[in-house]
Write a protein that binds this ligand. Structure first.
Ligand SMILES: [Zn+2]
Length: 200
């Protein structure tokens, strides 16, 4: 191999390496539950009390009445991260969540992955969902949760500019395949004390 060919090969190798590292870093950043580039992100809150903040994603769906009944029976408040499209589809269920005294959060209009998109798309997804939530009669602060937890640049920048809080999570039982007992066990196993009183 000539010196020139060696140099070319070396540069090509470095470029490939840099691209791999950049792709990996982008992926980690996109999926991080504890960090975003701009604005406020909450994944857990340290407290002296033994409490869990219960959040439910997507909907309102045909399951919502049953969920509301279960929460009412247990006298437990929750935050429902709803999508704008489902709120428009089932406005009566959106109102039922509000009337039951729960919190509503914004989970975008269409539940798309909010990465590699422009500011206009972000604004449309968020603002139309806010309108649907307000139409249901909800007057409290509307926090935001990204579908699949994915966020990169345009979304956090928009949220920051509009003084909105991103709410992630730190305990996620498998609600797709586990049964009720398993979900409860997973949630309790993974719930841990506040960092200030933990692990000293
Ligand atoms: Zn979701």
């Amino acid at each position: 191999m000539t010196p020139r060919a060696r140099t070319t090969t070396l540069i090509a190798s470095i470029v490939v390496l840099v691209l791999i590292v950049a792709a990996f870093a982008t992926y980690r950043l996109m999926d991080s539950r504890t960090y975003q580039l701009f604005g406020t992100l909450v994944d857990r809150v340290d407290t002296e009390e033994k409490v869990v903040a219960l959040t439910l994603d997507d909907g309102p769906s045909p399951l919502t009445p049953e969920v509301l009944q279960t929460l009412a029976d247990a006298d437990v408040p929750a935050t429902f991260y709803v999508t704008g499209s489902e709120m428009v589809e089932r406005p009566e269920l959106g109102r039922a969540i509000v009337e039951a005294g729960h919190e509503l959060g914004n989970h975008t209009a269409t539940h798309r992955r909010m990465v590699f998109i422009g500011g206009d798309t972000v604004a449309q997804e968020i603002e139309s969902t806010d309108r649907a939530i307000r139409d249901a009669g909800y007057a409290g602060e509307i926090t935001f949760r990204p579908p699949y937890g994915k966020k990169l640049v345009a979304l956090p920048r928009y949220l920051d500019e509009h003084d909105r809080t991103t709410v992630m999570w730190d305990v996620e039982p498998d609600s797709a395949s586990a049964d009720t007992d398993e979900i409860v066990r997973m949630a309790l196993d993974r719930t841990h004390p506040a960092r200030s009183s933990c692990c000293t």
